[in-house]
Write a protein that binds this ligand. Structure first.
Ligand SMILES: NC(=O)c1ccc[n+]([C@@H]2O[C@H](COP(=O)([O-])OP(=O)(O)OC[C@H]3O[C@@H](n4cnc5c(N)ncnc54)[C@H](OP(=O)(O)O)[C@@H]3O)[C@@H](O)[C@H]2O)c1
Length: 269
């Protein structure tokens, strides 16, 4: 029988590429997004079902999970929706912080929580969450974004204790930079006291990002591996950039990483 995956944030980027990959592999795909009426590509695929879901809307999550389960019992939940917020904390409003945490962290947890009774009843289910290599290697000026991703890393590992005995696996896919519109889709704030450092950081990042970013198609393959390998593996470091970064972190440790990052971004002549 065909398996079914439920994907959040399937309108673009990694979520959309993953929806196309699983559909091509013959899976039933429940592709959720904030504006399904705008989707023109996934809507052409007979084994893809579009549902409207904003993961910061707790009430909508309950209804959409129930609707999805009626379409087809879900085997794999792919928690992928998220966005970035860049700039100094001092310049971020509290409502921006709440939106970021309510989406990336709480939204992901709420979606997962809504699926647990269904997965538990079937004694089966895989929960895969997109985190980020910034959960390991901190980058400047995205501290709260990476805090949401680091929190999801620990949350996923810890959930394996309570869900493992019900046949439910919890996993993270950990990309580094990906060639998606993530940067442009994010929110930016500024503050004059930090502007010089922020400009230096963005300049270096812009000069490097083209050569270090991975294709979302390669990361989607890792999602497929995590969904199908039947392993109890929790973290899937995905793509060249994340692999390099996480290996560096494990070899050198946090102090060396932070010092090297400071020199890389702020000591440019
Ligand atoms: N690109 C990178 O360099 C990178 C690196 C590491 C990790 N990641 C992570 O990878 C995941 C996918 O990002 P991406 O690179 O594919 O970026 P993207 O192209 O900007 O896609 C992000 C997706 O999340 C959706 N989304 C945002 N807020 C949402 C909400 N409240 N409810 C439902 N959907 C929401 C967006 O929907 P709309 O179309 O409606 O905006 C979009 O479908 C994210 O979790 C991101 O944090 C990205």
């Amino acid at each position: 029988m065909n398996k079914t995956i439920f994907i959040t944030g399937a309108s673009q980027g990694l979520g959309k590429v993953t929806a196309k990959l699983f559909a091509a592999k013959g899976w039933i795909v429940i592709a959720t997004m904030r504006n399904p009426e705008k989707e023109t590509e996934l809507s052409q695929l007979s084994n893809v079902h579009l549902l409207k879901l904003d993961i910061s809307n707790a009430k909508q999550i309950i209804d959409v999970v129930a609707d999805a389960e009626k379409i087809s019992p879900i085997d794999v939940l792919f928690n992928n929706a998220g966005f970035g917020l860049a700039g100094p904390l001092e310049a971020v409003t509290n409502s921006q912080l709440e939106k970021l945490i309510n989406t990336n962290l709480l939204g992901t947890i709420f979606v997962t929580k809504a699926f647990i009774p269904f997965f538990k009843k079937r004694n089966n289910g895989t929960i895969i969450t997109t985190t980020s290599s910034t959960a390991y290697i901190p980058y400047p000026f995205i501290a709260v974004y990476e805090a949401t991703k680091a929190a999801l890393e620990n949350w996923t590992a810890s959930m394996s204790y309570e869900l493992g005995r019900f046949g439910i696996d919890t996993k993270t896919v950990v990309p580094g930079y990906m060639q998606t519109n993530f940067g442009n889709n994010g929110e930016f704030v500024s503050h004059p006291d930090y502007q010089e450092d922020f400009n230096k950081y963005i300049k270096v990042l812009k000069s490097e990002i083209g050569s270090i970013s991975d294709n979302p198609e390669d990361i989607a393959m890792v999602v497929f591996e995590a969904a199908t390998d039947n392993k109890k593996q929790i973290n899937y470091i995905a793509g060249n950039h994340a692999t390099k970064e996480v290996e560096w972190f494990k070899k050198e440790g946090m102090e060396v990483v932070i010092q090297t990052m400071k020199e890389r971004f702020f000591d440019q002549k």
